[in-house]
Structures are given as C-alpha cells and as structure tokens.
Design a protein around this ligand. Structure first.
Ligand code: BES
Ligand code: MN
Ligand code: MN
Length: 465
C-alpha cells in the first residue's frame, strides 16, 4: 500500500492545480451578481467528490444555494464520519487592496511560507480546507485505506448564515446520521505549533437605524435645535461599553460560563507572544475587557463590535447637513451558555430604552447562532490529537476559537453528535481580507493528517464495541 506521504509526493502538483481550478469560481454567496458562479461551484464540488471515490453524489436543491452531498459506505457495522465544509466565499472587496486578482489564484512565497502559498479569495476559508478532505478521501479510496463510512456535506451559504442548511439538517436526520463530524474551517496556532480548536463563539448580528427629522436639514438653519441621528447613534454605541470595557446591556452576562482558575491556567500555557501579535497588526497596544488576557478576550469572553456605520454626507468636499438617518451593523460574539435569541432581545430592548426623545430607533436582527465546545476527552478529539502528533511530531494544543460556525451547535442539537475542528489555517491567512492565502505547507499537511484521523477514530470507536 502506498503511504500517504508518498501519494502526496506523486500527486502534489495535481492537488495544487485542482484546488486552484476550484478557486477560479467566484462563489460569493452574499452578492446575487455571482449567483450563477455559486451554482457552477456546487457542480464542480460534486464532480470532485465523484472523482475522489464517493459512490453516491447529489447536488441537493434548497430555497437558496444547493448543498453538495456525497457518501462512501464501507460497512453497516463501521462508524460513520460526516465531513462538513463550505464552497461559498466572502465578497472580495476592497478590490484595489489585492496584489493579484482574487479569483485568479497565484502561488507566491512569503516569509512565513517559503514553499509558497496560494493567494485567492476562499483559499483558506474554506475551499482549500475542505478540499484537503476530498484529496484525503481520494488517497484512502484508491489505496484501500478507508476504514469506515464517510459522508460529505458541503454547503454554499455559510458566509451568509447557513439558512438553507438549517432546514436541510432538520429534514434529513437519517441521511446525515453519523458518529462524529469533522470540519476544517478554523486555524491552528502556528505551523510548528499544531492546535485543535475546541470551541467556537456564538453570534448575534443586528442592524440599527436611528431616525430623526423627516428629511436631511440645513445644519445652520436647524443645527443645535434638533437631534442629529449620527451624533445620537455615536453616543448610544459609545455607551454600550463601560470604562472597563464591560458590555452595559442589562442581563448580557447572566448566562456566561466563567472558566475555573485551572481552565484559565491551562489556556495561559498555550504559546502566545504579545509583541509578535502587536507587530503583526501594527498596533502599539492591545485593548479589551479588564481582567482578561488577549487570548481570553478573543475566545472565552463575549464581545460587541460595530462592523459598519454610515449616514449623512460622505461624498467629495463638504455639505452642511443634518441627516435624517444614521445606521450601524453590530455583531455580538457569544460564549456558552448565552442564547443568541435572548441576547438579540436584550440588545433590542436596551437600545430602544436608551434612545433619547427626538429620535426613533429600529433594530433589525440578521442571523446568529449558539456557541459550541468539544470536550478533549471525546474519542474524536483523541483521534485527531494522535493524528497531529504523528504528522507534526508534537502533541497539539487544545484551543478555544473566537470565530463562529453557527451550524455546529445545530448539528449537536439535531444530529446528536460532536464536531472535531481540525483546522489548518493560520491567523495570517487574511481570511475575509484582501490577499487571502493558504500555505502549501498547511494544505499538504492537512491532506497528510486527515487519513490518520480516520484510522485512529475507527480504532477507538470499535474498540469497546
Ligand atoms: N471559517 C470561518 C469561521 C472561523 C474562522 C472560525 C477562523 C474560527 C477560526 C467562517 O467561515 C466564518 O467566517 N464565520 C462567520 C460567521 C458566519 C455566520 C458569517 C464569522 O465567524 O464571522
Ligand atoms: Mn469558513
Ligand atoms: Mn468565513
């Protein structure tokens, strides 16, 4: 039997070319101008799954973008791994900040990636990462090394809230039945510091509008005499944090699970260099909630951030005007056991309450999801840990992640299985930003590590059975 490392060596160039072909599809789910491209991408993913050895592949239609499903069965008595990923990507703008076109992938060397990295929107989030699973499957099928059953479910709406997938999961519990879910859509600490993500934050995303006078007004004729919605919105937003950077919404922290001193101690042992962190972002100081470290602030603590704010005149030159409206988009990252519906309600009530007379406030909820945690004594975690230990030569560090994949909590609720987050990205990959890239090292290391997960997981799952 060919070993995975030999197989990668032989097929390295093809693996890279195939990923680059997938990255040429501009599958931007947020912008309907790309809808045909998103649909084409689903077909390309289905073709890749067929070629990799899935014997049943379907492009499942939904009210939104299709879900690509594939499976390879090895035996009814064997465990089943469900692989999830997403083929949609974030919009590429601002376009002018890309060194090369976002949908014309190019390999370039960087200080961190001497062997090269693929630059393209979706390279790391998530095409490059789910495609590692497709290539790992190809290796296992062609070399009789697939020890269990596998199901693939690759969706096209992750970046816009996974609306269709939520319904699909509820309606297809049997089809999706599995023993463990495997996802590569997160990161690790460093290329020589392997880590496994053990948690994801939840999310509540809202949009707010503050309305004052019924039209834009001359800021001389009316200035000082009526509420300016932008001034008011800025004041209201500023009041959402106190002097310690705690969030001031009543009840916001009521359900937050505090970590024990031991758990915080364990977290603090993960390698982290504050100076490097600041240098990478070109900031002279970090900023955040009093009483917590940087790693705690971005993983185990909830947050509230303005993602965008607009209103009034922003064209060339000056226009003396008091705008009729001001707007902002606000995200709140949540932790166990906050409930995103409850948080959205608490935010709405508070925001309406603090609005002064003279303006009206409207809060429109967008999407959200619950936080998620994988315990490290789960056999899926242990199988992943052993796999990394072999390919990286080091035991991976468990690490709670700050990002969100809201569907993971729904998987736990509806499919009753735990998710193992084997992400191979790096913080420096610039996901959602211009010049997103994915290291060839990370891509190939992922392909190498995944088959070992299957092997160890099947051993552990069938041991006591
Ligand atoms: N893959 C990311 C989430 C992620 C990245 C988690 C890195 C942990 C580490 C995912 O595609 C994403 O961007 N999620 C969104 C939420 C979604 C509802 C738009 C997010 O976290 O903002
Ligand atoms: Mn992603
Ligand atoms: Mn993303």
């Amino acid at each position: 039997m060919t070993s995975i490392s030999d197989y990668i060596q032989t097929h390295r160039d093809r693996f890279i070319q195939e990923l680059m072909a997938l990255l040429r599809h501009p599958s931007v789910s947020a912008d309907s101008a790309y809808s045909q491209d998103v649909l084409d991408t689903a077909q390309a993913v289905a073709k890749a799954l067929r070629e990799a050895g899935c014997d049943q592949v379907e492009v499942c239609e939904t009210e939104g973008y299709p879900i690509v499903y594939g499976e390879k069965r090895m035996g009814d008595h064997l465990p089943t791994v469900l692989v999830y990923g997403h083929y949609d990507v974030q919009p590429p703008d601002p376009m002018e900040l890309w060194d090369t076109a976002p949908f014309e992938p190019e390999i370039r060397k960087t200080a961190l990636h001497p062997e090269g990295a693929i630059f393209a929107r979706g390279a790391a989030d998530d095409k490059g990462q789910f495609f590692m699973h497709v290539k790992a499957l190809e290796y296992m099928v062609r070399n009789n090394a697939l020890p269990c059953n596998v199901k693939f479910m690759i969706e096209g709406e992750e970046e816009v809230g996974s609306t269709s997938l939520s319904a699909f999961v509820r309606e297809n519990r049997e089809k999706l039945a599995n023993d463990v879910i495997l996802i590569s859509d997160t990161g690790m600490i460093g290329r020589d510091v392997p880590s496994i993500t053990t948690g994801l934050r939840g999310l509540s995303y809202v949009e707010v509008t503050v309305t004052g006078p019924n039209r834009d007004l001359h800021s001389g004729l009316y200035g000082g005499a009526v509420a300016n919605p932008i001034n008011i919105l800025a004041k209201m937003i500023a009041s959402l944090h106190d002097e310690n950077n705690h969030i001031t919404i009543p009840g916001f922290y009521d359900r937050v699970q505090e970590l024990t001193a031991e758990e915080r101690q364990l977290m603090a042992e993960a390698p982290f260099d504050l100076q490097e962190y600041k240098d990478a972002l070109n900031i002279d100081a970090v900023y955040g909630e009093k009483g917590y470290t940087t790693n705690e602030r971005n993983a185990i603590r909830p947050t509230l951030d303005v993602n965008g704010i607009w209103g009034g005149y922003i064209g060339e030159g000056a226009k003396t005007v008091i705008p009729s409206q001001a707007h902002a988009k606000i995200s709140m990252r949540l932790v166990p056991d906050q409930d995103w519906h409850e948080i959205t309600r608490l935010f709405t009530e508070h925001f309406e309450r603090i609005a002064p007379a003279g303006v009206r406030v409207k809060v429109t909820p967008h999407h959200g999801g619950q936080a998620y945690v994988t315990p490290i004594d789960h056999i899926g975690y242990q199988a992943a840990s052993k796999a990394y230990e072999t390919t990286f030569g080091k035991i991976p560090v468990p690490q709670r992640g700050g990002g969100s994949i809201p569907i993971v909590a729904l998987f736990e609720k509806e499919l009753e299985s735990k998710t193992i987050l084997m992400g191979f990205g790096l913080d420096s990959d610039a996901i959602h930003s211009p010049n997103e890239h994915y290291g060839l090292f990370n891509y190939l290391k992922g392909i190498e590590t995944i088959p070992l997960f299957y092997q160890h997981y099947t051993e552990l799952a069938t041991k006591g059975a």
